[in-house]
Design a protein around this ligand. Structure first.
Ligand SMILES: Cc1cc2nc3c(=O)[nH]c(=O)nc-3n(C[C@H](O)[C@H](O)[C@H](O)COP(=O)(O)OP(=O)(O)OC[C@H]3O[C@@H](n4cnc5c(N)ncnc54)[C@H](O)[C@@H]3O)c2cc1C
Length: 434
């Protein structure tokens, strides 16, 4: 094997999902020289809504209007939840800084500081969330008022039904709703439509006019229009204000089922902006091996996602492990137990495989396997079975952490962003400034 080109960084971040991106944002803000490695994580599947804390206890399906009160209740009942390692001021600061980053890159988000808002999901249910892409914010108001609303879908777009959404919202008490299915402009109707292709085609000016022309005959007094989230990748605000001017209605996007354009927008912004801020990004690459290096640092070999053949070597003083759970491949479920895939860290997990899942898939308690993960000390360092940190300079963040069920608790983005913030801060204190 030829000698690998070696890159020296203070910090290596393993993962380019929500937690990895957030860690890279915080690291670059703090002037840390950083390498980041990963394949697109769950972010490409995410709705774009940033959940902070919505449901607790999961078994009772108690929905909270105030995420901060929900966090208080959660920490009281689940003292090992990663949120219990953070102050509310830190969680708030991390969300503000992350949203600030997205705003700076031209991807605005909106929130009420102290309350969750209700948003429409791709199947028409309504869920609580904390922070909403500006392109979806009109949908929050439209759920509450009674203005005539039109939901639009397209012939050939699978998994997004305006009819289903209007029926679900009507059951939820929203009146004055209509659905319409129209052709998507400038696309061969004999083929299936894919959200990414539609979003790129909306970047072309003339297609905005054509889309407005398709919608206009169906307005019939509608004052607000919901469309699937396909309104561009880079110019969503411009496209939406163009449609608003042409149709005279408020416009909002509704997330599509995965893969989602809203996640892709965040990924695109991170991949263009973070390297400009000094992050050395190895996109669509994997860390194939890690070993201890000289002076107590780590040596990471980075390779092709498919072949695993090493192509680069990174020497780093410290590592943040943000490699996700099973989808991200930070954890692997074997026949007998669950393993962490890079450092062979101790994984908190049910004693026996038969306890991984409840018998009923929809059991209101959720499944034990969704609490599995890495246990950490108060500075986000993974600990062994003796409760002591395995390395002084290894930190973990995001969904790989144990004792949380982010899907059911509705805390995906909040958990990823706030634990990444804490991991970077610990790296600063314990490695960079030691
Ligand atoms: C279908 C779906 C819908 C969602 N909807 C929402 C929502 O509505 N609201 C919300 O707040 N959150 C939502 N989320 C959650 C959110 O997108 C994040 O997935 C979640 O918060 C976990 O992020 P993470 O970065 O910890 O892990 P992941 O997103 O799983 O990322 C893990 C990363 O680690 C990398 N990795 C793993 N092993 C290696 C290795 N050896 N070398 C290099 N890199 C490695 C992967 O390539 C990946 O980049 C949703 C997620 C999914 C899947």
């Amino acid at each position: 094997m030829a000698d690998l080109q070696t890159i020296k960084s203070e910090l290596a971040i393993i993962g380019t999902g929500f937690a990895g991106i957030a860690a890279a944002v915080f690291a670059s803000r703090n002037g840390i020289t950083t390498s980041q490695i990963g394949v697109s994580g769950g972010i490409l599947y995410a709705s774009g809504y940033f959940d902070l804390m919505g449901v607790h206890p999961v078994k009772e399906q108690k929905v909270w209007n105030n995420p901060w009160d929900a966090i208080d209740a959660l920490i009281k009942d689940v003292p090992l939840h990663p949120y219990a390692r953070l102050s509310k001021a830190d969680i708030r600061e991390s969300m503000d800084q992350f949203v600030g980053f997205l705003n700076e890159t031209g991807l605005p988000y909106k929130k009420e500081d102290d309350r969750n808002v209700s948003v429409i999901t791709p199947i028409g249910t309504v869920k609580p969330t904390y922070c909403v892409p500006a392109s979806m914010w009109n949908g929050v108001a439209a759920l509450l008022d009674e203005r005539p609303m039109l939901i639009v879908d397209f012939w050939g777009l699978k998994g997004f039904s305006a009819m289903q959404i209007t029926e679900m919202l009507t059951q939820n008490g929203r009146a004055n709703l209509r659905a319409v299915r129209i052709p998507f402009p400038s696309v061969d109707l004999s083929t299936d439509l894919f959200p990414e292709r539609m979003a790129w085609s909306m970047e072309v000016e003339e297609n905005i006019v054509k889309l407005a022309d398709e919608i206009r005959p169906h307005l019939n007094g509608a004052q607000v229009i919901g469309l699937p989230a396909i309104l561009g990748i880079h110019r969503t605000e411009t496209i939406m204000s163009g449609l608003k001017d042409l149709l005279g209605c408020d416009i909002f996007e509704i997330p599509t089922i995965p893969p989602s354009i809203t996640g892709l927008r965040i990924k695109e912004k991170a991949e263009t902006t973070l390297p400009q801020r000094g992050v050395h990004l190895f996109s669509q690459k994997r860390v194939v091996s890690v070993k201890s290096g000289k002076n107590g640092g780590f040596v990471l070999d980075v390779g092709d996602r498919a072949t695993g053949e090493p192509e680069h070597r990174i020497e780093a003083d410290g590592v943040i492990l943000a490699s996700g759970r099973f989808l991200g491949m930070g954890l692997h479920a074997g026949r007998k137990n669950i393993q962490e895939t890079l450092f062979d860290l101790t994984v908190f997990q049910p004693g026996d495989r038969s306890d991984w899942h409840q018998k009923d898939f929809f059991d209101s308690r959720g499944h034990e396997i969704n609490q599995a993960g890495i246990e950490i000390d108060e500075t986000f360092r993974p600990v062994g079975i003796d409760g002591k940190p395995v390395f002084d300079n290894l930190f973990a963040a995001g969904s790989i952490l144990a004792h949380q069920d982010w899907i059911r608790q509705k805390c995906g983005a909040g958990l990823a962003v706030s634990t990444a913030y804490a991991a970077v801060r610990s790296f600063m204190k314990q490695v960079k400034n030691r």
